[in-house]
Design a protein around this ligand. Sequence first.
Ligand code: EPZ
Length: 429
Amino acid sequence: MDRIRVTGGRRLHGTIPISGAKNATLPLMIASLLTEETLVLDNVPRLADVGQLQRILGNHGVDVMVGGKRPGETPYDGQTLHISAARIVDTTAPYDLVSKMRASFWVIAPLVARMGQARVSMPGGCAIGTRPVDLLIMALDRLGAHIEIDGGYVIARAKNGLRGGEIKFPKVTVGGTHTAIMAASLARGTTVIENAAREPEVKDVADCLNRMGAKISGAGTSRIVIEGVSRLSGARHRVLPDRIETGTYAMAVAMAGGDVLLENARADLLQAGLDVLVAAGAEISATNAGIRVARNGAGISPVEVATAPFPGFPTDLQAQLMALMTCAKGTSHITETIFENRFMHVQELVRLGAHIRLDGECATIEGVGKLTGAPVMATDLRASVSLVIAALAAEGETMVNRVYHLDRGFERLEDKLSACGAAIERIAG
Ligand code: EPZ
């Protein structure tokens, strides 16, 4: 298994190109199942999760072609996928595929909406929490699907097609909102979603579906209205920049010190995260080219943060912020409100010399003068990158093990950081 070795103490200077968003790319690729025509996606990141989803879609008969190299294209430019679900040959998503990537459960929506049936494995457990799919199933039920649970599979049937309905989510769910929007796009009549997720990735999927001929209004707000249509066409769509990757590199610059331009990044997608970084002592300026992040001289100030659905502080940046706070001048408190088990990185940060106390969903971080490099273990995607951020400031060498977690969601991380002066390299396993 690959590992990543970091020698800390280098400041970061230069430019980091931000890739397309993983959490928009996955639902966008799944939305291709809604039409027999070709969906072309630009700015698609080269990630393990994208590759895994290509295999899952292939299992349903979907043809995914990667666009050829364009003149002047750099290794950092996103790829273009031509996705054609002209003929769906199988409406079953098997356990051995779905269990590898939870978001693939969302194929249930376009399959039952377009084909009138779907048999999809339940995703199973996850390192960061129980993560049930009851609200996704509730949404399909509200649209008239007949639901059965059998042998670890959810079987959804709607032989006369889905019909519009009222969906009121008791709690904000990104996956539930994606599922409801995709299914309702081909349902007969009007669907109203209340307490919908407002994440920018939800808006990006709705924008793409509207390009395909859907009638969706209110995406990005908590009330979304969808007028179902009988069929959707092909379209071309550019994936929005990854706000979590943006926030991650901004935390890395704040941790190591320096001055970096996060190219293609958009401040409007991450205002809560940028506000916290300013409170922690970083200088942030939005430019036409992206977002400039700098920290020179000033120490890191402690902060009080609770994660929340968008536009609140994203749970997917919680671990990275905790790494930054390990070296703050004082005591910070971080409360995780979305996932019940998203503190797996704490004991690994403690191995680097951090002082962190957990009390239920709240972590108290006493800033220390310095961290010291050590071997550490990645446990999930965001926890793994928080260890890299801590290692950038730690004295000596840190070896991060099980970096396959990182490859799921960060494209060319060690290349992007070493191009800005970090002493970081991948050790092939
Ligand atoms: C999406 O997961 C993201 N994944 C997650 O990013 C992100 O952390 C999460 O949204 C929250 O922002 C993708 O987009 C692929 P939820 P999702 O449904 O949709 C509970 C990463 O690191 N819930 O919004 O699965 C659930 O347990 C990943 O890139 C139910 O109870 O998250 C959680 O406590 C990790 N029943 C809360 O709602 C349901 O049916 C929010 O989950 C569904 C969810």
